[in-house]
Design a protein around this ligand. Structure first.
Ligand code: HAS
Ligand code: CU
Length: 592
């Protein structure tokens, strides 16, 4: 197998190219809005009205976390399924259909947002990427999102179909690891998107069309986070896939353990959804007990990432030792630091480790009160999705581009400079954001300038933090420019000889060491559904009970605990059973 991807799968390579180009267009737009708002917020350069800040922020969020990430990952997943099953997609027209639906959807949503900049049309959707009611967007915003999500559902169906066809021909074989990762991620996604589908189709879209007068904001928020938390793993799992199957290869070694990788993806499938309420620790309409359950589940959800840290670093160490590395830490020097694919992913992993710590802090119910809705949270997600995921995707692009275009990368040194600049830029920006959050500086605020505010502590002043954020933002913009220069250079490149083959890492401990039960997708899906029912039935019922299905007859909030709720639920059962037992005993007694 020494051929490139495009040699083997020319039709699929075209779809993947289109998906990537869509993703990069979103990255360019999102990045542009990013630097505009950084300079506005920090007060260094302002050319727009502060009211427009929220339109910019909505565009930044939606283009980056919805289109950049998801278009990229559908490309990667298409690559993973076809490569690991060594099989073309069943019907490429179907593939283009879901791609078209996604593209149409995001175009509609994008127009609905960008139209907010002009008064010429009466369309605007400055609702930020969380689109919380009572903020209301133009119907086109919601409709576009629906089409986009349906597109991803069909994409999943496409991959399941491939796997199913392959399985008929290979009944006794284990699901190849990359396909296993795609399938588990997609099952998780199907479950997760149910929340946002109900939120939009039943409530927000009819409300925005004027078909219903009100919604219950706590309910739509809860449904949003039912989806909004697992969506972060929809971004992360493809990045993890790259760390598991490409990073060991570019490190010069093998994946340490196939079974552990399967366990990690199953844990994500099972635990991603029943944790969403950890975004609502400060929502008054949800009882403490439910929040506590979400916190407990979240702490368990650290496990797959901790396992990943272990497995991926062990694989890198194996690679380094194959390359002659020695010593406890000396092996680090033997890694291929001049390779942008490696360095980008390794730096992304390093930053993601820091992101894990800020995530743990967010996840603690009591500490969350300190950081919620502050700039800290923005720091957290620029380390997770903004670096762990985005930098991995950019580094992976340097590996993928030759595979899907048949052209050699334009410049490895520019690529190396790009990934390092991203890392340095993000170090400044997100570190300062975290610290700013600890000072109570809010997120989603156009003018948090704190002018004349003297803050003197060991960590410095508010002005210094603003400067670091602006500097970081500029470095990130520079990094994006380098990325796009390399893209354009590569696509226009004529060099196409001696491209690396389309191969991913072998394993030290392979699927033969994985218990068969790990491939039982039905079992894991069943467990995931049960956990979701446990985690969400009572919270949703109590929210509807109190706020009404369509609002707004919101009654005064009475704190409830799981304890009293469970007692209340059990009480009639206990009473009825006791009465029945007494009746039976009495009846037996009478008959004797
Ligand atoms: Fe989060 C808020 C908790 C992970 C994204 N998160 C957000 C928001 C976003 C986001 C976008 O509990 C803001 C939403 C909004 O707008 O309001 N998050 C967590 C926890 C984790 C976590 C516990 N988040 C992510 C990931 C994201 C993401 C992943 C995107 C991709 N997050 C929260 C909470 C909030 C929150 C609360 C609400 C805050 C609030 O109040 O609003 C965990 O999954 C993290 C686990 C990670 C680890 C790290 C393991 C380390 C690894 C690195 C290995 C190293 C390598 C390199 C490979 C335990 C895997 C080695 C290199 C060498 C050279 C050796
Ligand atoms: Cu979350």
């Amino acid at each position: 197998m020494s051929e490139t991807y495009i040699d083997r799968f020319p039709a699929e390579a075209k779809v993947i190219r289109s998906a990537f180009y869509g993703s990069f267009l979103a990255l360019a737009l999102g990045g542009l809005f990013g630097i505009i708002q950084t300079l506005h917020r920090t007060g260094y350069y302002r050319f727009m009205d502060s009211a427009d800040y929220y339109t910019v922020l909505t565009a930044h969020g939606v283009f980056l976390v919805i289109s950049f990430t998801i278009f990229f990952l559908v490309g990667v997943f298409t690559w993973a399924v076809t490569t690991s099953l060594d099989r073309e997609l069943e019907d490429i027209r179907f593939t283009w259909a879901w791609y078209g639906l996604m593209a149409l959807g995001i175009t509609l949503t994008g127009i609905a947002i960008l139209a907010g900049f002009t008064d010429a049309v009466d369309i605007s959707s400055s609702v930020l990427f969380t689109f919380y009611a009572p903020l209301q967007a133009h119907p086109m915003f919601y409709l576009g999102l629906v089409l986009f999500v349906v597109g991803t559902w069909l994409a999943g169906a496409d991959w399941f179909r491939s796997w199913w066809a392959w399985k008929q021909e290979h009944p006794d074989e284990r699901i190849p690891l990359p396909t296993f990762m795609v399938l588990t991620t997609m099952i998780m996604w199907y479950l997760a998107t149910l929340g946002v589908a109900v939120a939009i189709l039943v409530f927000l879209l009819p409300w925005s069309l004027g078909l219903i007068d009100n919604v219950n904001p706590t309910l739509t928020r809860t449904l949003f986070w039912f989806f909004g938390h697992p969506v972060v793993y929809f971004w992360l799992m493809p990045a993890y896939m790259m760390w598991y199957i490409l990073l060991p290869k570019v490190s010069g070694g093998k994946l340490f353990s196939d079974p552990l990788a399967r366990v990690v993806f199953i844990l994500f499938l099972v635990l991603s959804v029943p944790t969403g309420i950890h975004h609502q620790y400060l929502d008054p309409g949800i009882a403490e007990g439910f929040k506590f359950i979400a916190m407990t589940n979240t702490m368990f959800l650290l496990l797959p990432s901790l396992l990943t840290a272990f497995t991926v670093v062990a694989s890198m160490e194996h690679g380094a030792r194959q390359r002659g590395g020695t010593g406890y830490f000396g092996w680090l020097k033997a890694l291929p630091w001049r390779d942008p694919v490696f360095t980008g992913m390794a730096l992304a992993g390093l930053m993601f480790a820091a992101a894990g710590f800020s995530g743990m802090i967010n996840a603690g119910m009591n500490i969350n009160y300190l950081v919620h809705n502050t700039f800290w949270v923005v720091g957290h997600f620029h380390l997770t999705v903004g670096t762990g995921v985005a930098l991995t995707f950019m580094a992976a692009t340097y590996w993928f581009l030759p595979q899907i275009t048949g052209k050699a990368l334009w410049s490895r040194s520019v690529a190396l400079a790009q990934v390092v600049t991203w890392f340095v830029g993000m170090t400044f920006m997100s570190n300062a954001m975290h610290r700013a959050g600890l000072l109570g500086i809010p997120r989603r605020t156009a003018e948090p300038l704190y002018e004349g505010f003297e803050y003197s502590a060991v960590v410095g002043s508010v002005g210094e933090l603003q400067a670091q954020i602006a500097l970081g933002g500029l470095l990130l913009s520079l990094s994006l420019l380098l990325f796009f220069a390399n893209l354009i250079g590569t696509v226009r490149n004529s060099k196409s000889d001696s491209l690396p083959a389309n191969e991913y890492a072998e394993t030290l401990s392979g699927p033969e060491d994985s218990p068969l039960v790990l491939d039982n997708l039905k079992l894991w899906t069943g467990i995931a559904i049960v956990l979701v029912i446990f985690a969400y039935t009572f919270p949703l019922l109590s929210i509807i009970e109190r706020g009404g299905l369509f609002g707004p007859d919101i009654v005064e909030f009475v704190p409830l605990s799981v304890w009293s709720l469970s007692l209340a639920a059990i009480e009639p059962v206990v009473t009825n059973t006791a009465t029945a037992v007494i009746d039976v005993v009495a009846a037996v007694g009478v008959s004797q």
